[in-house]
Ligand binder design. Structure first.
Ligand code: ZN
Length: 308
């Protein structure tokens, strides 16, 4: 049992929210000293390594949930193939809502093969991103493409997707030496991104998360309900966040709710998650602090009265 203030904090002073998707990063690598920037982010953030993604735990379903606030059964993308969401689903995506609030929304994603570029453009248009930049498929190249937006767009929403771990995981297996080398490259880019955000921590909220893990049931995949596939880390840093370990039971669906809350935008009733407000309040004190002190105090008072 945790003692936690029931008061909901006011929305934090976030002028912009940057969502960083670390595709296929296993939650159990967070805290590993081989990845010092992930470790530094963990220490400086409100974080959990016990959150869950949607089922199926695949990128197309998870990214659509991340941008639309609803589970795959509601947005209709329930495989690892991206496609234009059906109009009848009437998704109220974060980019649409951010744009309606008069704010910009930018996506920085990996370039796709030229044959499917027209489809990719239709998908990002349907999701409502006002601008999308495409870059070669590496964290450093995508960070490079994101720098102009990070440096000049000081409000609204920016989503950045780093594909490195997932791509290598499918080829050589999650936790293989090549996979760990990809984590290392992503960790390095993460250090550069956090350095870039150093001067604007007061009003920029960074939410970094994985969309899924991997190597659960099959070494080179991540689409099962196995905990190693479904468990994800979520980190929140900046804009009033108090570093702490967040409670268990959070979901990727809580991230879109948090983005809207942080920007002061009303959350549609159909959004499945809820804002992670705990990140902005003082860390909870475990009940054991009180329970273990009370008997000891009672014993002291008994001894004192019998000695008197
Ligand atoms: Zn994948």
């Amino acid at each position: 049992m945790l003692h936690r203030s029931l008061a909901i904090p006011p929305a934090p002073p976030a002028r912009r929210v940057i969502v960083l998707v670390l595709d296929g990063l296993r939650a159990d690598l967070v805290g590993d000293p081989r990845f010092p920037n992930l470790l530094a982010l963990q220490r400086a953030s409100a974080h959990t390594t016990e959150a869950i993604t949607v089922l199926p735990s695949v990128t197309a379903a998870a990214m659509t949930s991340l941008l639309s606030g609803v589970a795959p059964a509601d947005h209709g993308i329930a495989t690892d193939r991206f496609r234009v969401p059906e109009a009848r689903r009437q998704l109220q995506t974060i980019p649409h809502l951010v744009t309606a609030a008069g704010l910009p929304s930018v996506g920085v994603l990996q370039q796709v093969p030229w044959l499917i570029r027209p489809l990719a453009k239709r998908i990002v248009a349907a999701l409502g991103l006002s601008t999308t930049h495409f870059a070669p498929p590496s964290a450093h190249a995508i960070l490079q493409a994101a720098r102009p937006a990070i440096r000049t767009q000081h409000d609204g929403f920016i989503i950045v997707h780093w594909p490195d771990c997932d791509a290598i995981g499918h080829r050589t297996g999650w936790m293989s030496p090549a996979y760990l080398a990809a984590v290392d490259r992503m960790d390095d880019a993460l250090g550069l991104l956090r350095w870039e955000l150093e001067a604007c921590r007061d009003d920029t909220l960074l939410i970094a998360l994985a969309d899924h893990g991997g190597g659960g049931r099959v070494a080179t995949h991540h689409d099962s309900a196995h905990p190693l596939d479904c468990t994800i880390p979520i980190f929140l840093e900046g804009a009033g966040v108090l570093p702490q370990r967040l409670p268990d039971g959070l979901s990727i669906l809580d991230v879109p709710a948090t983005v809207l809350w942080a920007l002061g935008i009303a959350r549609p009733a159909r959004y499945a998650g809820r804002p992670i407000t705990e990140a902005f309040t003082a860390p909870a004190l475990p009940a054991i602090h009180v329970a273990s002190v009370m008997p000891a105090m009672a014993e002291i008072s008994v001894r004192a009265s019998s000695a008197a």
